[in-house]
Design a protein around this ligand. Sequence first.
Ligand SMILES: [Zn+2]
Length: 421
Amino acid sequence: MTRLLLIASLLLASCARPVSQSPSSQVDPQLAGEIANVKAIDNHAHPVRPTASGEPADHEYDALPVDSLEAQPDPVRDRPDSPVLLEAHRAVFKGDKAAAAKSYGQDYAVRLLDQLNIETMLANRVALGPGLPSPRFLWVPFVDALMYPLPTESLAQNSDQKQFFALEAKLLDRYYKESGVASKPATLDQYLEKVVRATLQRHKAGGAVAEKFEMAYLRPLAIGNPPKAVAERVYSTGAGDYTALQNYIFRFIAIECGRFGMPVHFHTGAGGGGYFNVGGSNPMLLEPLFNDPELRKTNFVLLHAGWPFARLETALLTKPNVYLDFSAQTFMNYPHDTAENIRAWLEYVPEKVMFATDAYPFAPPENGWEEAAYVANSTGREALGIALTGMLRDDEITRDRAVELARMVLRDNARKLYGLK
Ligand SMILES: [Zn+2]
């Protein structure tokens, strides 16, 4: 019996894929070295501003923080006992974030980027603030709030959305104040000019390189093209199809972003919270926008590459104005999974694929933005290495091209898109 079991398990072992492989066994060693050496541009992250003791904690790392949503199971890789997380604790500032915070002070966030060989991090935040200096951190503000000039109480479908719409109302209030507008303008045209365009202009003047929509947390990504008269009527009467008004304002923002040279970032794919509408986050819902001639001068970036719809995005890369990054996949999923997606994109339209972390303070201090950045950075580089090694071994590309592709994904594609040096 024991002998039979032994034979059976040997047979299984011989045909099964090894459970874990060190990066070196899957990634060509020379390529691994090249990938590690590239100073990356991180297309999407939520760095937390370093604050001195006594100063209030920073809460501007997200317009819609996910830490107070109804509890849900974490993916295995993000659970507190996950080996990658434990490794991240040991590695970030040699396992002593408190000592690093003390000795580096306002340089803390920059020092973390240095440790991870990230030259530039696009900081998706309500505001940047001290401790996140440009050009190491480039600002990506939030613009969903502008889509909701009418009361939103009736739109919230669950407790998570209730919190979110309240936060958007607060942010819209801030945008009104910053625009010098005391109350809701009488007409939609006035609102678009004095609040929406004024806010985009202020963002641009404040150094913003893109604008971000967290729309999938509030409503599905299906965005129609309603007649202006319909939107105007809803705006001035407060009655009728609120979604039509939102869609009209969205399109105004997207066209303006094209004029201002700021790509539009979309959260795509699964998100935080047990009520999150995964089906409504499917990036394919955005295809009518990408096919709309009026929006061709606006570039769109699909953040997180819409996992679990990541493979579908391969086809969207053929739209002239659509890009993606593989942030968040790299701490939620294992390297082989992201590597399979990266390989499919690189075999199709490699000029549109960007590295990113989505570094986020999920459960600080143990699981802070630092740990998320560490895990996503090492997993992202490893997944890229696995993808390129596979393409090299299958004679799809030369070694030189593999190195070139690595540089494109980690740096050059983002440099071109945002016009960075
Ligand atoms: Zn994010």
